[in-house]
Design a protein around this ligand. Structure first.
Ligand code: SF4
Ligand code: SF4
Length: 372
């Protein structure tokens, strides 16, 4: 084979380990659960990476490479793997090698090719919505989806963070942290986008408060891993953590009905933050939120991560429907609070009452309507 797979070659031990494993993690994977196919179990995907490293017919390379994107990056397989095998890191290295060899799936290549256009749109939307600021010590990252889909909600989030901290905060809505490029396997593009994001945060900010768990995970894990975060960033936390540090500022709300916390993959398994959203919701509700059938380390994915919505849209929707079924299992009238904007949108589309934790925090602080 003439391909160059420098990153995947470094993962040969991991791919071999899976190849000889009795597939302990099989029940964990949302992709193989809904597709019901062995080839998209964590084992099957690691085997595809192993085959790419060996002699695979040129005509079959793209189909093997596509397996690297049959993954939401949820990390659930690792919770059942006694060998602690790094499936996600391996598949993501496979993505980077595949993209470099021009054998990535078409929607992924299109995302990378259209990145500048997407950036320009986000910048214009954020400026138009008043979600680009500077000069404060606290920078609030509302997340690209929030800027696009719910700018008033994003403005409430910025105001809520100001109320929580008792000081001013500015929004960083016009530049993405770069997570979609990381998911695409475009490492160089990701590094360049990270530099733009750091510039957009500004020279004065020392604390970042992040509303979306995917962005929080990117800023807390990938930025330090590649030395992308400036030293002046003293604290980067998810809004759930900020609110949990200021519980006394949250006012209880009069809430009817049952509310459950959904542990998003990136905040829960990704950053190990499980208690903060529960503490915040207990304070606001005056009672503990209910638990979904799968929670904490075993929480179910909503199917929105890892670019699955563009590479396997039907599978992605089916995973969201599974999670919606789980919510209904917890009770007919259960509403969900999540820390992942994508999960919120997907659960709503699947017919579930779902809100961002940021919305609850804002309401509890009396930040309602459109703060402008
Ligand atoms: S990830 Fe772990 S449990 Fe799953 S197939 Fe690989 S080695 Fe086995
Ligand atoms: S990270 Fe999640 S989607 Fe990816 S292989 Fe593991 S369990 Fe499956």
């Amino acid at each position: 084979m003439n391909r160059r797979l420098p990153l995947l070659e470094g993962r040969a031990e991991a791919t071999t380990r899976c190849t000889y494993c009795p597939k302990l993690c099989r029940p964990a994977c949302p992709v193989s659960t809904v597709e019901g196919r062995e080839t998209v179990t964590p084992w099957g995907k690691m085997r595809a990476m192993d085959e790419l490293l060996r002699d695979v017919e040129p005509a079959e390379e793209a189909s093997r490479a596509a397996m690297a994107w049959a993954c939401t990056g949820c990390g659930r397989c690792r919770t059942l793997c006694l060998l602690d095998n790094p499936v996600v890191d391996t598949l993501y290295d496979g993505r980077a090698d595949a993209l470099a060899n021009e054998i990535a799936p078409a929607p992924v290549s299109a995302l990378v090719a259209g990145w500048d256009e997407r950036r320009a749109r986000l910048e214009a939307d954020a400026r138009g919505a008043g979600l680009v600021g500077e000069g404060a010590a606290v920078a609030v990252v509302p997340g690209c989806r929030a800027v696009r889909e719910d700018p008033a909600g994003a403005r409430r989030t910025v105001r809520a963070v100001s109320e929580l901290g008792g000081c001013g905060a500015h929004a960083v809505g016009g530049e993405c942290c770069g997570a979609p490029l990381w998911d695409a396997g475009d490492r160089e593009g990701f590094f360049q986008q990270a530099a733009r994001f750091v510039a957009a945060v500004g020279d004065r900010a020392t604390d970042l408060v992040v509303a979306d768990s995917g962005c929080a995970w990117t800023l807390r894990t990938l930025y330090p891993r590649f030395d992308l975060a400036p030293e002046r960033w003293a604290r980067v936390e998810h809004l759930a953590e900020t609110a949990a540090r200021h519980l006394d500022r949250l006012r209880p709300l009069d809430v009817d009905g049952t509310v459950a916390v959904h542990d998003s993959c990136r905040l829960g398994r990704g950053l190990g933050v499980y208690d903060a959203p529960r503490q915040v919701m207990e304070r606001i509700l005056g009672r503990a939120p209910v638990e979904l059938p799968n929670s904490r380390e075993q929480a179910s994915c909503s199917g929105g991560g890892g670019l699955l919505p563009i590479t396997r849209p039907a599978t992605s929707r089916a995973i969201a429907a599974e999670l919606a079924g789980e919510v209904r299992e917890a009770g007919d009238d259960v509403g969900v609070v999540t820390t992942c904007t994508s999960s919120r949108s997907r659960l709503r589309r699947a017919g579930v009452r779902a809100d961002d934790l940021a919305e609850w925090v804002a309401r509890s602080l009396g930040v309602t309507g459109d703060p402008g």
